[in-house]
Design a protein around this ligand. Structure first.
Ligand SMILES: [Zn+2]
Length: 297
């Protein structure tokens, strides 16, 4: 076991500011008092084949382990945790000022392949940065838009899985959706989309979020070893794009420094764009500075 983790106190700082009282809707709000930040946060693959397990703090680079190496390391492990804040999952960060991060998912698949142009346009007009988690199916259905989003320096692209499955090594479910059934399937759920973006756009995706955001701690550790640590959230901004505009605004009033917000940009018929449009302006008036994940992790 070589997982190198460091606890830090981002949420405590937020709590001290009184911002955790009256938690907004969403399962993932404020449950964790100890947060995990992997080191290095997102290593770049190195050509050195001898570096396979121990992350190097001096260089921040390592060769990702192969599936065979991961099976040898984790194959006998039985996960003990299943949820949104399992060990190794990043849900917030230590701010150096008033920074927060807006993450928006594009899930793909039936009924989830749309593009919320109004939301993305409002971010562009306001100059608000965001980290966009894109599923392989969505990128295939929206290839030209994906290319445009990649080219926009306001946005960072991250990995939202291949088939949008909860990330399990034992077939756990979330909301009735079957998760990946083995270490091998979980590996493919991460790496097939990673390979698709590499082949199609020449892009390495630095973070991973599973479909439904559910993950077990063995899969989360594997994702970290593969250079795509799992990032979930501390504020649920849209409850899977089901909130009314008013509910989005109410949830977003809870955002403080160090928070990571989740929303969606694949449901153009929802009220997400209307809600975020107003809420992001309000947050800016409170002094919140929107950053990408790579800028703060
Ligand atoms: Zn999704």
């Amino acid at each position: 076991m070589s997982f190198d983790r460091r606890a830090f106190l981002g949420l405590s700082a937020v709590s001290a500011a009184g911002l955790l009282t009256g938690c907004g809707p969403g399962e993932a709000r404020g449950a964790a008092s100890t947060l995990i930040r992997p080191e290095p946060p997102h290593p770049v693959p190195s050509p050195d084949p001898t570096q396979t397990s121990e992350p190097s703090e001096s260089t921040g680079q390592q060769e990702p382990p192969s599936l065979e190496e991961l099976q040898a390391q984790h194959g006998q492990q039985q996960p003990q945790e299943w949820g949104l804040e399992t060990s190794g999952v990043i849900t917030s960060f230590t701010p150096s000022g008033n920074q927060a991060v807006l993450t928006l998912d594009a899930c793909g698949g039936r009924g989830s392949g749309g593009y919320d142009a109004a939301l993305i346009d409002s971010l562009r007009q306001a100059g608000i940065a965001a980290s966009l988690f894109i599923n392989k199916r969505w990128a295939q259905e929206n290839y030209g838009i994906t290319q445009e989003l990649i080219e926009d320096p306001l946005f960072e692209i991250a990995n939202h899985g291949t088939q949008h499955k909860p990330l399990s090594v034992t077939g756990q479910q979330a909301y009735g959706i079957p998760g990946t059934e083995s270490l091998e399937e979980a590996y493919a759920e991460i790496m097939d989309n990673q390979q698709f973006f590499r082949d199609s756009f020449g892009l390495e995706l630095p973070f991973f979020r599973a479909g439904t955001a559910y993950v077990d701690e063995v899969a989360a550790q594997m994702a970290q070893q593969l250079g795509t640590p799992v990032v979930n959230f501390s504020v649920n901004g849209d409850a899977g794009a089901t909130y009314s505009a008013t509910e989005v605004q109410r949830a977003m009033r809870e955002v403080g420094p160090g928070d990571i917000v989740i929303g969606h940009f694949n449901q153009p018929d929802s009220q997400v764009a209307a809600g975020f449009g107003q809420a992001l302006q309000e947050a800016a008036e409170r002094g919140i500075e929107w950053m990408t994940l790579s800028q703060v992790l």
